[in-house]
Design a binder for this molecule. Sequence first.
Ligand code: BTN
Length: 327
Amino acid sequence: MESIQQNLLQRLADGRFHSGQELGEQMGLTRAAVWKYIRELRGLGLAVQSVRGRGYRVAGGLSLLDESAIHQALPENSRQRIGCVEVFTSLPSTSSYLKDKPVRPGQVAVCLAETQTQGRGRRGRHWVSPFAANIYASIKLQLSLEQNIYGSLSLLIGVAICRLLKEVGIQDASVKWPNDVFVNNAKLAGVLIEFNGEANGPVNAVIGMGLNVRMPPSAGEQIDQDWIDLDSLIPGVARHRNRVCARLVDTVLSVLEQSEQGGVAEILTEWRELDMLFDREVVLQLPNRQISGRAAGINAQGHLLIEQSEGQLVAFASGEVSVRVAS
Ligand code: BTN
C-alpha cells in the first residue's frame, strides 16, 4: 500500500473538510502534491468533494481496511496460522495476487484490497469492486482433503459465509449452487476457488470471496443481477468492515479445519438446509447446451442433482456450469 495515499485516506476518513494547506502541512507536501494525490484517489473511484474555501472531504466518511485491526480481531489460533494479512489500496485482483505467492504447509496467506481493477468472478465474469465499499478477500493455503472433495470447496465456503451471517444476525441467508450466497432473492456474496499444485502432491487453493458491504448505487448499476449488501440488512455494519473481515477469515479457516478433520459430510448437510434451489425448476447452462429440470439437492461430492422429466437424477459438477431458476 502506498503510504502517502494511505496517509491521505486516513485523514479524509473522518468525513470532515480538510484544507489543502492543512493536509500539506501535516503530510509534508506542497498543496500541488496534495491535489495530485486527491486526483489519484478519485481515479480509484473515491468521491472526494472539493469546496472552495473549505477544502476536501469524503461525504459520509470512510471505514478503511486496517491490517493491524484485522489481525487483532482474529482469535489467537487463527492469528498464529496466518503469516500476515496484507491490505492493498488497489490491486488487479486479490486472488491473482496470491496465485504466485508461496505458502508453507500449515501457513495461511490473506490478502484484501480496497478496490480491484480486474476483479474476477466465476466463468470469466468481472467482479464489480468499488473503492472502500465491500470486502474483496482472498485466502491461500495448502489443503489436504480427500481427492473427490476439492470440487465441493466453494460449497463449504458458502456455508462458512452463511455461518458468519448468522453470527451477525442474518438468519435467512441461503446458498445458490455452486458458489453464491443470497438473501431475499438477491446476491450478497460470491466465491471463486482456484487450485494449483502437482498431481498427487499437496494442493494449493486460492479462495476468493466478494461480500457486498455497502455498494454505492452507481457501482450496483453495473451488476447484471439482483444484489443486496450487508449495510442495508444491518444498518451501520459498514463501519465495522475490519471486524467483518476478521470474522470472515476466521470462519473460513474453521470450516476448512472441520473439513480436513473428516467433517465434510456434516457441512454438506448444513449446505442442504440452506439450498435455495431445492425443488425448484431450474435451467442449467452448460458450455454447449441447456438443460432444464427440478433441482434435487447435491450428492456427496457436492455435484448438483437434477431430476429430468423421466424421473432420473443426473449429477453436474460445477466447472463451467451456471444455473438459474426457470422463469
Ligand atoms: C462469483 O460469484 O462469480 C465469484 C466472485 C468472487 C469475487 C472475489 S473478490 C476477491 C477475489 N478476487 C477476485 O478477483 N475475485 C474474488
